[in-house]
Design a protein around this ligand. Structure first.
Ligand SMILES: [Zn+2]
Length: 366
């Protein structure tokens, strides 16, 4: 994989001289982290996507910024030669390591490499960060800084390094090259090697408050932002992604009733992981209601009152099984219809409050 393939960053338009990062909940972590003397490796982590990659890129940009008249926490300036190189995704001292599949999803330049299977055919883009890419990053980190402010390697998401890649990376953390710094992004730090975690300075990131997140979403042109924010578990960037996929408030609010009626139409055409995620959220909320609790992803008045949850538990297990399958040999729409059919039965059983279900649910927890 060429370095070009791994050197993108956020949209240049998002960089302004006034706002060092356009995710307001990250302004304080950015300033605080820039103000501290950085360890050679930082672990930026939070539950789900709270902007770990954006923060890592802004930190690298701040440390690489060449506007010396500004105190460090007020960088990046957005105007100096380094900031312009960063915005053009061509800074010679920054390398961003992401899985090929994510790079393709983000529309980042593939550089014309890394796709050959070795047998003359195209290889499917890897969802992991491969050892070859890690070795290239290590080689990059050991070269001299082109602009004299050190070398930066962003790894996102760090838990996607497979075992071989993680071992290779660990060796570098144990003996870090002189002026290189590593910024590891993670939504699942427990999935990292403990030895990698222990060698990093930790930067925990919280999910933004609902008020701040809703205001930001409204600024992005999202209508009824609170509904999509709840649909995304409080993660505003995921709410934007839902909206960008055409999943609006009306569709989301209608989903519980559609599934209860066995109507998979609103979900057809969705990528399977997204459809399964939506059904898992519906199942989660139906279970909460069945237990007398509060739903998290759907408004309470959109959910029928529950009685038993044995059928919901069975549906939940099936959804979890499908969610963890790496490859799906069958049609995506057929899979969604099957899961919705099971959901209809589960939600119907839930409404009827069958006694068998209650007994099974108690038994299943023993
Ligand atoms: Zn600058």
């Amino acid at each position: 994989m060429s370095l070009r393939t791994t050197m993108p960053e956020g949209e240049p338009a998002s960089v302004s001289t006034e706002t060092p990062i356009d995710l307001p909940w990250l302004v304080a972590p950015l300033r605080t982290t820039l103000a501290t003397r950085a360890a050679h490796a930082l672990l930026l982590y939070g539950s789900g996507n709270v902007g770990q990659l954006e923060l890592a890129l802004a930190l690298a940009k701040g440390w690489l910024c060449e506007e010396d008249s500004r105190a460090l926490p007020d960088r990046p300036c957005g105007r100096c030669a380094s900031c312009r190189l960063h915005a053009a995704r061509s800074h010679p001292d920054l390398l961003v390591l992401v899985p090929e599949a994510l790079r393709d999803a983000l529309g980042w330049d593939a550089g014309g490499e890394g796709e050959e299977s070795g047998e003359g055919g195209k290889r499917k883009p890897s969802k992991d960060i491969r050892v070859e890419a890690v070795r290239a990053a290590i080689a990059f980190a050991t070269t001299t800084s082109a602009r004299g402010r050190g070398k930066f390697v962003v790894v996102h998401p760090a838990e996607r390094m497979n075992d071989v890649a993680a071992s290779a990376f660990l060796k570098t953390l144990e003996e870090p090259p002189g002026d290189a710094r590593f910024l590891l992004c993670s939504a699942a730090p427990d999935a990292l090697l403990p030895t990698i975690r222990s060698r990093c300075q930790h930067v925990p990131l919280a999910v933004p408050g609902a008020k701040q997140a809703t205001a930001w979403l409204e600024g992005q042109g999202i209508v009824d932002a609170a509904v999509l924010l709840a649909a995304s578990g409080g993660h505003p960037q995921d709410a934007v992604e839902l909206a960008s996929r055409g999943i609006g408030t009306a569709l989301w609010l209608a989903l519980p009733r559609s599934v209860a009626q066995g109507d998979a139409t609103p979900l057809l055409g969705w990528p399977l992981p997204l459809a399964v995620d939506a059904l898992q959220k519906l199942c989660h909320d139906a279970l909460c209601v069945a237990c007398g609790g509060s739903p998290r992803y759907f408004p309470r008045d959109r959910l029928d009152p529950g009685g038993s949850f044995a059928a919901l538990l069975r549906w939940s297990r099936e959804l979890a099984r499908v969610a963890t399958e790496a490859e799906h040999p069958w049609s995506v729409d057929l899979a969604i219809e099957s899961l919705v059919g099971q959901g209809r039965e589960a939600l119907k059983t839930s409404r009827s409050g069958d006694r068998e279900g209650r007994g099974l649910s108690i038994h299943s927890r023993r």
